[in-house]
Design a protein around this ligand. Structure first.
Ligand code: HEC
Length: 114
């Protein structure tokens, strides 16, 4: 009797992915990450160069807080500021949810030492 349970679990997971999600939609976030963030943060969230922090597996709320700080100018970073200002709040939540869902990299600390 394992299979019916599995099918229900898959159906529920699918329903969650399509519902408007205040916590962010990982699928929508993936497309946005591909378009906007991949060049620097990679699709797995690993920084592609020195000084680019690892986002994979970070708490979505902390990614969101950083994006809000870039948007408001509390934190300075030209490219992300531009992206964060132009994106809708839901899009930022989706991207945060996407990177939070990636496996955390063991090779890099979650936040760069400053
Ligand atoms: C041009 C390269 C570049 C692009 C494009 C870029 N980032 Fe970044 N990102 C960086 C760098 C460099 C930093 C570190 C800046 C700093 O110290 O504030 C950073 C920092 C961050 C942080 C803060 C991480 C921390 O540890 O506090 C978040 C969150 C973030 N980026 C998310 C994004 C997202 C989401 C996108 C796409 C919408 C994006 N970035 C696009 C280069 C980039």
């Amino acid at each position: 009797m394992k299979r019916p349970f599995l099918l229900v679990a898959i159906a529920l997971a699918g329903a969650c992915a399509y519902a408007a999600d205040p916590a962010g939609d990982v699928r929508a976030g993936r497309a946005l990450a591909y378009a906007e963030c991949r060049g620097c943060h990679g699709m797995d969230g690993k920084g592609t160069g020195p000084g680019i922090p690892d986002l994979g597996g970070r708490d979505a709320a902390s990614i969101m807080a950083a994006l809000e700080d870039y948007r408001s100018g509390r934190r300075e970073h030209g490219p992300i500021r531009g992206i964060a200002r132009n994106a809708k709040p839901q899009e930022l939540r989706d991207i945060a949810a996407y990177y939070a869902a990636q496996p955390r990299s063991a090779a890099q600390p979650a936040s760069p030492a400053k």
